[in-house]
Write a protein that binds this ligand. Structure first.
Ligand code: SAH
Ligand code: SF4
Length: 374
């Protein structure tokens, strides 16, 4: 069987090499070729011994993902739809900014959490991606963009990775961690821990494990200031309510490369965007631990009855948080002409999850919400 080298982090490759009697420094050389130079032809790896090249050619490959579509926005955003087989496809988005270029990476085909406002969640869950499928998204985006941007040898196209594509990364923990380790490895992509962000809807036990196994920057999808509302928006909250989630955030900070947690908050018109919700958030979090807010105006997708909060309401909401001393940003919508924004990543998913009836409750805007906020 041919082994895909994108499946291995350093320790995986070292073990695989050791089992074949190869020296550790050869593994490092191979990592440079594959992850730093984007080379997949073993014959071209000139500093590897000939016998090594020969058996690599026989037993190994750098298998990337077929590109189903690649769309480019007028603002420089690029969205790839990668075919992962079995009728499933996942998306990755390259987002260029003045001071950084970020790649938004998918971790699963679909998602089992089923948040009320998310296009991926609406499709259901098919399967976890492998480490190789997660790394392939970065490999393909990095080397495509390097060529497109005309970068000099050794210059990197992607400076930041956010695990904010399709899926709940912490529900695919065993494939995620080796992928993160490769992103951080100086012999591979060499990104700093502060520039790799895992976003979670609140899998508290896995947050504890990540803190020990591979602490990177953490974003937590909050979306509501109380359990009654969060139970409806993020069904996982029924299992791990806010108190448990916030305690896990506090524990994570003891290991995190950044000294704050980022809370993402999707602004839904008439659902969670009132001044009172902002005040309740302040009461919930003030003095607890350092955190920042990233307000994401809801990105509509076909079939959703939810609406984006008006800009003035977002600004008012942000002002309450800022007045209380929280650093707050409002996410700019990028790639809106190619549906590349947060929560719009649709891919193509064969739903293999049998949902219990009523597992997701549709949220109707402008109705009274439990929690007494409106
Ligand atoms: N599953 C992880 C990461 C992927 S989603 C998580 O939920 O954190 C990345 C971010 O996009 C999350 O904060 C998510 O809540 C947000 N999001 C999902 N759908 C959205 C939508 N339609 N509009 C705006 N943000 C959305
Ligand atoms: Fe899954 Fe995140 Fe979408 Fe929720 S917001 S359904 S956790 S991808």
């Amino acid at each position: 069987m041919t082994t895909n080298l994108l499946e291995f982090d350093r320790s995986g490759l070292l073990d695989w090499f050791a089992a074949r009697g190869e020296k550790p420094f050869r593994a490092r050389q191979l990592m440079h070729w594959v992850h730093q130079r984007g080379e997949r032809d073993f014959a071209a790896m000139s500093d590897l011994a000939k016998p090594l090249r020969a058996w690599l050619q026989r037993d190994a490959e750098v298998a990337t993902l077929p590109v189903q579509t690649c769309r480019r926005s007028h603002d420089g955003t690029v969205k790839w739809l990668f075919d992962v087989g079995g009728g499933n496809a996942v998306e990755s988005v390259f987002i260029p900014e003045a001071s950084r270029n970020t790649l938004c990476v998918s971790s699963q085909a679909g998602c089992a959490i089923g948040c009320a406002f998310c296009s991926t969640g609406a499709q259901g869950f098919s399967r976890n991606l492998s480490t190789a499928e997660i790394v392939a998204q970065l490999w393909q985006a990095e080397f495509t963009m390097r060529a497109e941007l005309g970068l000099a040898a050794g210059e990197r196209a992607i400076s930041n990775v956010v695990m904010m594509g399709m899926g709940e990364p912490l529900q695919n923990y065993s494939a995620l961690v080796p992928a993160l380790r490769l992103m951080l490895d100086d012999d591979a992509y060499g990104l700093s821990r502060r520039r790799v962000t895992v976003s979670t809807s609140g899998m508290v036990r896995m947050m504890d494990r990540l803190a020990l196994d591979c602490p990177v920057a953490l974003a937590v999808s909050l979306h509501a200031p109380n359990d009654a509302l969060r139970d409806q928006l993020v069904p996982l909250n029924r299992k791990h309510p806010l108190d448990e989630l916030l305690a896990a955030c506090e524990r994570y900070l003891r290991h995190a490369p950044r000294d704050f947690i980022t809370f993402e908050y999707c602004m839904l018109d008439g659902v969670n965007d009132a001044r009172e919700h902002a005040a309740e958030l302040v009461a919930l979090l003030r003095g607890r631990f350092p955190c920042k807010f990233n307000l994401i105006p809801f990105n509509p997708f076909p079939g959703s009855a939810l609406r984006r909060s008006p800009a003035a309401r977002v600004a008012e909401f942000a002002a309450v948080l800022v007045d209380a001393g929280f650093v707050t940003t409002v996410r700019k919508t990028r790639g809106d002409d190619i549906d590349a924004a947060c929560g719009q990543l649709a891919g193509d998913v064969q739903d293999r999850l049998t949902r219990r009836a009523g597992a997701t409750i549709p949220i109707r805007p402008h109705t009274a919400q439990p929690g007494g906020m409106r």
